[in-house]
Ligand binder design. Structure first.
Ligand SMILES: [Zn+2]
Length: 273
């Protein structure tokens, strides 16, 4: 088993939105921002190559299909994921599994691509099984007003049309070393993949805990549709991470890609050991 973290790009987000009710006087010590409260966030992908030949890709950034709709986020330093994979000897056709934590645009944009010189949109990974939760799929097709701007169905519908979509409604092992668990809060039915390496367990926490500063269970983004659920889901995830000494990979933290977690009293913080 081998893993590689790839940052597919960066974008600007409002710090107030990232930290919800927490005042800037508190969060500015935990995440860098400009005078106008702008924070740099990453869009991070995790590539897993298993000993038995599977190639798994977890999330894949915003892609390039909606430049006008996403211009306010000012995406920068975006990589071509196809080139990044080729540098590692992996063709798009060789990817066996695409795991999407959820279907918000900044996590699944590269799942489909426009055929050059046409309006046709096709799956980027033509041979991959694409794993999404049933709850998240239903939510994407029928979003509440709060989430309707977060979804572009062109990012996933061509995958469903091609028969490549696999929906799960409970914890599922998709490989002896990879389990997909489900979490609610930020949006219904987020997949959190647990990858068992030789000496550690990697947990790609997605938007359950987008950046290291959100390790504090009450530091919940204003984008979360069910904040109280987010609180309890974070505690559930973090208690296991502390107990099992798991390594957390953050999808959006531009400065801390991964860490272990310790608990002191009621507080969860980064630890290096
Ligand atoms: Zn999200």
């Amino acid at each position: 088993m081998k893993y590689t973290i790839i940052d597919t790009g960066y974008f600007y987000a409002d710090g107030g939105a990232m930290f919800g009710p927490i005042p800037k006087t508190a969060w500015r010590r935990r995440y860098p921002s400009s005078k106008s409260n702008i924070c740099v966030l990453a869009t991070r992908t995790l590539l897993i190559e298993t000993d038995d030949g599977r190639v798994l890709l977890i999330d894949n950034g915003a892609g390039t299909k909606q430049p006008d709709a996403l211009r306010h986020y000012c995406f920068f330093d975006c990589v071509d994921l196809e080139e990044e994979l080729l540098k590692r000897g992996i063709r798009l056709e060789a990817v066996t599994d695409v795991i999407l934590t959820h279907l918000h645009f900044d996590h699944c944009g590269y799942t489909t691509r426009r055929v050059e010189g046409s309006d046709k949109i096709i799956p980027t990974f033509p041979n991959a099984t694409h794993w999404v939760s049933q709850k998240q799929w239903d939510n994407c097709l029928h979003p509440t007003p709060l989430e309707e701007d977060s979804y572009f169905t062109e990012n996933i519908q061509p995958v469903a049309d091609a028969g490549l979509l696999r929906l799960i409604d409970e914890e599922t092992a998709i490989h002896p070393s990879v389990r997909l668990k489900l979490y609610d809060g930020h949006t219904p039915g987020q997949i959190v993949p647990y990858i068992q390496m030789d000496e550690e367990t990697l947990v790609f926490v997605g938007d359950v805990i987008p950046i290291a500063a959100s390790l504090s269970p009450k530091w919940i983004s204003a984008y979360d549709t069910h904040p109280l659920t987010s609180y309890y889901e974070k505690v559930r995830l973090l208690d296991e991470a502390v107990r099992e000494r798991q390594t957390i990979i953050f999808c959006h933290d531009a400065y801390t890609p991964m860490c272990r977690v310790k608990k002191t009293g009621r507080f969860y913080t980064k630890c290096n050991g």
